[in-house]
Design a protein around this ligand. Structure first.
Ligand SMILES: [Zn+2]
Length: 395
């Protein structure tokens, strides 16, 4: 899924008439923020210009290729903050379940200032470990959707400004370096939406809201149909809870004429209350398959900082358990912790690998050799390389 996420572009430095010699590799300052293709090309050209003698014209097969890699020299630690509902600013305090709107926005800004950038949880788990160089990955999740104070659309189909998701959206638009990416864990069977049941109109409103979310980087996942206690459920009961939520979500999209969105729905689940099932009930949970046949990708826990703060490890790490991914409760405390400890969160470096022989740039083992050569020469650091959608462990 999300096939469009080819996040590394091929850097094709095409030789042209103003480039008299075949460009040679220029060491890239790995501390610098990512060089753009254009900057690199200019640098190469300027270096090459002093050669005034007649020079060979590169043939088509000699076009050098550079690939820009994201390099995790240190293992990433990704905090996953879990939000619930929102309270008006007239409320006295933020709580774990209802954060005051002002406190919420202040937290977004503090996290942004501390260098965090939102990433998609599902993409990370599937191996896309990209985040802008110099930034630290952060995940926002929200549970118990869909409540009016979380998100609701106005008559123009835009989020109303008295909803939390609107504030996050507005902030993300104004601060693209922070962005707007959410994983929403919904219970679709335990409440009506919007103004209640006007002849079932709430389902249309809910469908429209879900569609807006999916189309705006707030992906919708499973939190059980009725917010059930999984520690007290049978395997059959758990299967029903997961499946019923999925079926209702698909029905809403179908009724709204948006079945095109169904193939991209994932299979991730956040445990209600953080109460874990055992034995066959546990097996029913982790072995649940969506109507489209997608196996369970990940199950998310929830815990308090007081019990020891935990972060998501990279999926290649032995510490990473997709069936028990930690999330942090109580957002205001979590923000405070992350701001105070911001220097403890690694950020990736960028490094250009090349020049590569163009016709071999898609050959993984060849690219791996080139990475090793780059490391040996000191041009690139040791680490886990994310390159052309592949992960190369070069630690
Ligand atoms: Zn919940």
């Amino acid at each position: 899924m999300k096939k469009t996420l080819i996040f590394l572009s091929l850097l094709l430095l095409t030789a042209c008439s103003t480039t008299p010699t075949e460009p040679t590799a220029i060491p890239v300052d790995i501390e610098a923020t990512a060089l753009s293709v254009a900057q690199t090309s200019v640098a190469q050209t300027q270096v090459a210009i002093p050669t005034e003698t007649a020079t060979p014209i590169p043939t088509a097969t000699e076009v050098p290729v550079f690939l820009e890699a994201i390099v995790w020299a240190e293992d990433a630690r990704v905090p996953i903050i879990n939000y619930h509902q929102f309270a008006p600013n007239t409320s006295e305090n933020s709580t774990d379940h209802k954060i005051r709107m002002e406190d919420f926005v202040a937290g977004l800004d503090q996290l942004n200032q501390a260098g965090f950038t939102l990433i998609h949880l599902e993409d990370w788990i599937k191996g896309d470990l990209s985040v802008p160089v110099g930034r630290k990955p952060l995940v926002f999740t929200m549970d118990d959707l869909f409540y009016n104070n979380q998100i609701r659309l106005d008559e123009n189909g835009e989020p109303r400004d008295d909803t939390g998701m609107y504030l996050a959206w507005e902030y993300g638009q104004a601060h693209p370096e922070f962005g707007y990416k959410w994983s929403l864990f919904a219970n679709l069977g335990d409440k009506w939406y919007a103004e209640g049941d006007e002849a079932g109109k709430w389902k249309d409103d809910l469908a429209a809201t879900i569609i807006w979310c999916i189309e705006h980087d707030a992906r919708v996942y499973n939190h059980s149909y009725t917010h059930a206690r999984f520690d007290k459920s049978s395997g059959e009961g758990i299967h029903w809870e997961l499946e019923q939520n999925d079926l209702f979500l698909r029905q809403l999209l179908l009724n709204a004429g948006r079945e095109d969105l169904i193939p991209d729905l994932g299979n991730m689940f956040a445990i209600p209350f953080g109460y874990w099932p055992q034995g066959s009930a546990y097996n029913a949970m982790v072995n649940y398959i969506t109507p489209e046949g997608d196996p369970m990708l990940a199950v998310f826990d929830i815990d308090w900082i007081i019990n020891g703060i935990k972060f998501m490890a990279p999926p290649y790490s032995p510490e990473f358990d997709p069936m028990r991914v930690p999330r942090i409760a109580m957002p205001p405390e979590a923000v405070e912790y992350l701001v105070a400890h911001q220097d403890e969160f690694p950020t990736p470096k960028s490094c250009q690998v090349g020049p590569l022989e163009e016709d071999r740039a898609g050959d993984q083992s060849y690219v791996e050799e080139q990475i090793q050569a780059q490391i040996t020469s000191g041009a690139c650091p040791k680490g886990v390389y994310i390159l052309e959608g592949y992960t190369f462990d070069a630690r």
